[in-house]
Design a protein around this ligand. Structure first.
Ligand code: ADP
Ligand code: ZN
Length: 203
């Protein structure tokens, strides 16, 4: 959390950014430090993300992992929340429904520290799921950047590739189990072809 933020009640902190920007690493770091402070921590993550270790872990791209409760909806967080937990962390929050804003707010109002990590823009570079609302209601927001794989500048976009080619604008936001892949890129290197770009029109 940002230095200088103090409160006696609960609060919401968001860790936003593109894939590979270190959100999971930062979430794990905060959870480890809360555990050292003898806080009880419960970690949730969206079911949709099952990279590497399977559904029960939060795993960063450097392969460190943490035990997590998989959920498909924000309602399941409320059902499964441990009433004795001081800190509630939610990873991959962009995949959850809009109810996650009310869930995070309710937990913070009950005095909990709520840590939310998520990708704030989709492959088109547009706001992703409830992340914009979560960033608005949070006490603190950290927006992390990756490194553009093409030019080495700070990357703020998720480049989706389908069969190695930039995915068109109208491909679905979430393609579970599809043969697509992602790269971190900067704004200038990010490519989202539009259907009628071939006709030379600028949309
Ligand atoms: P996120 O949760 O934001 O997807 P992770 O915490 O899982 O990110 O992974 C961050 C790690 O990914 C970095 O510390 C680095 O080791 C690795 N990495 C791989 N590709 C890149 C990249 N293009 N830019 C930055 N880090 C990268
Ligand atoms: Zn670039």
């Amino acid at each position: 959390m940002s230095a200088g933020f103090h409160t006696s009640g609960g609060w919401i902190e968001v860790i936003a950014g593109v894939m590979f920007s270190g959100k999971s690493e930062e979430l794990m770091r905060r959870v480890r430090r809360a555990t050292i402070a003898r806080k009880r921590v419960q970690v949730f993550k969206s079911h949709l993300d099952d990279r590497y270790a399977g559904l029960w872990m939060v795993t960063s791209h450097d392969q460190r992992s943490l035990e997590a409760v998989p959920v498909d909806s924000s309602a399941q967080i409320m059902q499964r929340v441990d009433p004795t937990a001081h800190v509630i962390a939610i990873d991959e929050a962009q995949f959850l429904d809009a109810g996650v804003v009310a869930v995070a707010t309710a937990l913070a109002e009950r005095g909990r520290r709520v840590i939310i990590a998520g990708t704030d823009t989709d492959f088109r570079g547009e706001p992703f799921g409830a992340m914009p609302q979560l960033m608005a209601v949070a006490e603190t927001v950290d927006k992390l950047h990756a490194i553009c794989v093409l030019c080495g500048n700070a990357a703020c976009r998720n480049q989706r590739l389908i069969d190695g080619q930039p995915a068109p604008y109208d491909s679905p936001t979430i393609m579970v189990g599809a043969a697509d892949s992602y790269e971190a890129r900067c704004r200038a290197c990010h490519m989202v072809p539009r259907a009628d770009a071939a006709q030379g029109r600028l949309l």
